[in-house]
Design a protein. Sequence first.
Lengths: 171, 537
Amino acid sequence: MAIAEQPVSETGMTRRGFYVSVIYGLWGLIGAALSIPAAVYLLFPPRLRKAPEFVEAGDVSQLEPRVPVEMVFRQNRVDGWKIVSEKTTAWVVKLADNKVVAYGPQCTHLGCAYHWDENRSEFLCPCHTSVFSVEGKVVSGPAPRALDRYETKVENGKLLLGTLHESKEKA
Amino acid sequence: MSWLDHRTGIETAIRNFLYEDIPASSGWRQVFGSVAVFLFLVQAFTGALLAFNYAPTPGDAYNSLRYILTEVTGGHLIRGLHHWGASMLIVVVVLHMTQVFLWGAYKKPREATWLVGVVLLLLTMAYGLTGYLLPWDNRAYWGTVVSTQIAARIPLLGPYMSRLLGGEGAVGVVTFARFYGLHVLLLPPATGLLIATHIYLVRKHGVAPTPNDEGRPSMKFYPRQAFTDTVAIFAAFVVLFVMAVAARVPLERLADPTDTTYVPRPDWYFLFLFQTLKFFDGPLEVVGSVVLPGLAVLALLLVPFVDRGRVMRVTRRTAAIGVVALAGLGWTGLTVAAVATTPKADNTVEIDFGAPTDWMQLSPQELAGIGYFRKENCASCHAVGGGKAHIGPDLANVPIKKSAAWMIEHFKRPSTMVPGSSMPPIQLSTAQLNALAAFLLKLTPRNADALASAPDFAVEAALLYQEKNCGACHQVNGVGMKIGPPLNGLARRRTKTWVAQHFANPQALSPGSFMPSYQFSARQMDRMVTYLFTLPD
């Protein structure tokens, strides 16, 4: 049947035109109702199950100023549907103002484990030779920002560590 | 001809597909096939999404599904679509088959189309059977125990079936892996292939005409029939979506092979088979489990070879109408009988593990605080986290929490602590006020909803727990004394019956125990034992 023969309604729409627009409209709605929840499901972060908690990392009463110590502690981390208890390390140092800070164990460049070089009094990363000062600032190398720091609390000489925050200090 | 079409032929292919000649009488009765294909695609889509957050091993399966339901944004909806979509697919496939049967559309030369359709019906049921196990809750576990036992009793083939399903008497990791493999690896491509064959055969023979179509010019599938199909698909989708949002998808407690009180029931569309099985005892059992279902499938397969007459008007196909009516009646009767004979679990509570269960982490004191909060009707003046404006302050959003001591003073004499407060004094004992304060201190905007949804049975049990001062000897969620054993993990150590008997007469079951005996009413006992068994390990 040719389009010209179709009955035309008062609004000037052919029956064929009506069919076609309903087909497109309804499939559009179905597509949106499926794809939007799917995107939300995949892209939105899941609801937090556990409030962040502080874990004891070690004794800081005997810490010498500006000499970093590697502390190993166990931490519970939410990993999808699991809570894993894993060994984590932090580089803990008492800075000039007697403030104790704890750096995350990974270089801010590509995540290698760095270490403290006693002779140079600097943190060295073995992968791409990033160098950080005792304050965590980038001295040289490709690292894009200063070392990440844990939230810290000191209670009775014991160091408590909270969440690891990405450093905002650019190199 | 466009550039794309010149190179791929895709536009020509789509045009050929849409501008199919169909009989002039085509209309609403032929929509079911399209709706079924659509629902199958929705199942594939939502199934893939679920797989992205699902761990296919027992135990982890349950935890990951709970994670999808309570933590992943939109997870509840996706799982709802997949769950209800399965039921809907069964309904639509059966409607499709009934329509074809009533109109006699399977007649020469369309026998093969019908045969493929029967196999597709069986595949749809196979999805239901295998998917049932995947949540690994009590319902899944016990349902599958029964279905694998049935398979194991098939004469001659039984032992092989049981080995094939990983059973050998017990449902465990192997059975789970086999069911999951079938559900996601084997069945989908088989279904896809058969759907393609089915549609190819429909195209090859054309949509079956009725006697009315003789001498009438055919019409094109697009746009009128495409419009009809689209409207039907949309209606089905709206129903599915509303169910996924509004209806509760069951998730029970983690599969417990030692639970002797569980009454397994299959999904609603298998209830008629379940009921049929009940009519046959002992050596005749195989009649109900294998012979009758087998004969039914055989009868379906033979339909186009038995009914070979000329195509007639549907209104004159009285025999076909009679068969459908009888089948419908039989199915309904069996299903109703199965539902009616399911023992009512009147005293026992059912916990929805698909909802947030933050309340399980609370101490009994804090949980009892929810009870006083509800009893004193605090919510009539206070919002709890993001509600509308109320007379009193929002109890979850108070930026700096007052101390428990301040709150208790305030509960007793509101206006002395907050001059001008119109809050009435709360008439509770100090212990009760302590509980209320403990609960309020626990509230944050993030957990307010989840805590507010703490089920009544648990709150009731916690109130009883506080009243009997159980915490003077026992520990729950790290709160309480350690004179008696900690109560977390009780579900692993004891059965519900044991615990109930132990309450009544502790020394009979644990000689030397100095726990006093407690006489609870049946309701109290059920609430208390259920609560203790839901405590996290």
